[in-house]
Design a protein around this ligand. Structure first.
Ligand SMILES: Cc1ncc(COP(=O)(O)O)c(C=O)c1O
Length: 406
């Protein structure tokens, strides 16, 4: 067989330079393992919402209606920034969820929140490499990745489930004014499950003001709990907060509909940049628009509160009932995830054995900045049923008890 021709080494060097800055995500790796598995696993790894409540029938009806009503119009290239009617609906939906944004903020529809972070990293992280990202440690590795490509990242630890804002202040002071982009998931944190209280939110805004920082508020899980403090963007009086959210958890991630709410001049640049991608899909924007107009989004948002609250209760009871004393976690919380840490256990090394026993989780060492403890794991409430959650925790607790310290 003829040997394939090598890529020109000069070009390959460029490719390798980018490759050296890309990190493989433990979340993506876990997804691949789930797909590759011959047997059905108890999937405590995936961030997909529960298949039980994703409104597949309603969405397929809406998609058919959109196509038959709009025909060609649903299939043309999208305008950058998103459909105007959809942007209006998003603003109204946010207000119904208690998130009011200033009048001079614009919405930019993106291909999921992840795309928003790509755009934001290009707009805010570009320049002379002088922008530093400050984030929670742990944080959601995947959204951090694009921000990390262009900026140095500083992690702020949690103390008993509360972000250490004194440490944030020290970091801001060391960086000096006008250099920090603070990326936060203040509501139903991924992976911690905790929510920042109003007092801490106020302090974050004070710090941002004092050190001339901008804040990116990532809030996909607001609808998951009914007692949330006001959003940072709503409390902000200095146009320092850029708000990002998504339909991925309320409806379905495959739609790839997210958005940014930003001061008009920032939103304008994001829109121009989005033009380079020719996105977001016209078809799914129309589907999302109808999902808002028909009330589907609102009814899902209220359904998922009870649904995931029940699953979280089962997880909590199972952890308390089974886990050995070497395992720690923050009780309660909301959203789709819980972080647990098992002392003396290597979650990456033991993942293959957990899969052999029928359970998959995401090893969470890489969610921390700098990297965290080997025994940290992210458990998802998305795909597993309540019975599977109970069984998954039982299997994991056995494995941890056997292998801790091994
Ligand atoms: C905190 C957080 N932000 C953003 C995302 C990504 O959202 P999207 O699917 O809209 O890209 C996720 C997904 O798990 C998330 O947990």
């Amino acid at each position: 067989m003829e040997r394939p021709v090598d890529v020109d080494p000069a070009w390959m060097k460029r490719v390798e330079d980018v490759a050296s800055r890309l990190e493989s995500s433990p979340v993506e790796l876990a997804y691949r393992l789930v797909r590759a598995s011959d047997t059905k696993l108890i999937n405590m790894a995936s961030g997909n919402p529960d298949p039980e409540i994703v409104p597949v029938k309603e969405l397929s009806e809406i998609a058919m209606e959109v196509l038959s009503a709009l025909g060609y119009e649903a299939l043309v290239y999208p305008d950058a920034g998103g459909l105007e009617e959809l942007r209006k609906e998003i603003r109204l939906y946010m207000a119904r969820e208690g998130v009011s944004i200033p009048r001079d903020y614009d919405i930019v529809v993106t291909s999921g929140a992840q795309h928003a972070f790509r755009l934001l990293s290009e707009v805010l992280g570009s320049g002379r490499g002088d922008v530093h990202v400050i984030c929670e440690s742990p944080t959601f590795v995947e959204t951090l990745a694009p921000l990390k490509l262009r900026s140095e990242v500083h992690g702020i630890p949690f103390e008993s489930g509360r972000l250490d804002l004194d440490a944030m202040e020290d970091t801001l002071r060391a960086l000096g004014p006008g250099r920090a982009l603070i990326y936060l998931i203040p509501t139903c944190h991924n992976p911690m499950g905790v929510t920042m209280d109003e007092e801490d939110r106020r302090r974050v805004l004070e710090l941002a003001s004092e050190y001339e920082a901008l804040v990116i508020e990532d809030e996909p899980y607001r609808a998951f709990s009914d007692s949330q403090p006001p959003a940072l963007v709503t409390m902000d009086e200095e146009r320092r907060v850029i708000y990002v959210s998504t339909l991925s958890k309320v409806l379905a991630p495959g739609l790839r509909i997210g958005w940014v709410a930003a001061p008009a001049e920032v939103a304008g640049v994001l829109t121009k940049l989005e033009n380079y991608d020719i996105t977001t899909s016209t078809l799914t924007q129309h589907v999302a628009l109808e999902a808002f107009r028909s009330g589907l989004v609102d009814s899902m948002a209220s359904e998922l509160r009870d649904h995931y609250r029940n699953k979280r209760r089962v997880l909590e009871e199972s952890l308390s009932g089974h886990m050995p004393p070497s395992v720690a976690w923050e009780p309660g919380g909301c959203g789709l995830f819980k972080l647990i840490t098992a002392r003396g256990f290597d979650a990456e090394q033991q993942l293959a054995e957990a899969i052999r026993r029928g359970v998959i989780y995401v090893p969470a060492r890489k969610f921390f900045v700098p990297e965290g403890e080997e025994g940290s794991m992210r458990l998802s409430l998305g795909p597993p049923t309540p019975d599977e959650i109970a069984e998954g925790v039982r299997v994991l607790s056995e494995l941890i008890s056997e292998r801790a310290g091994a």
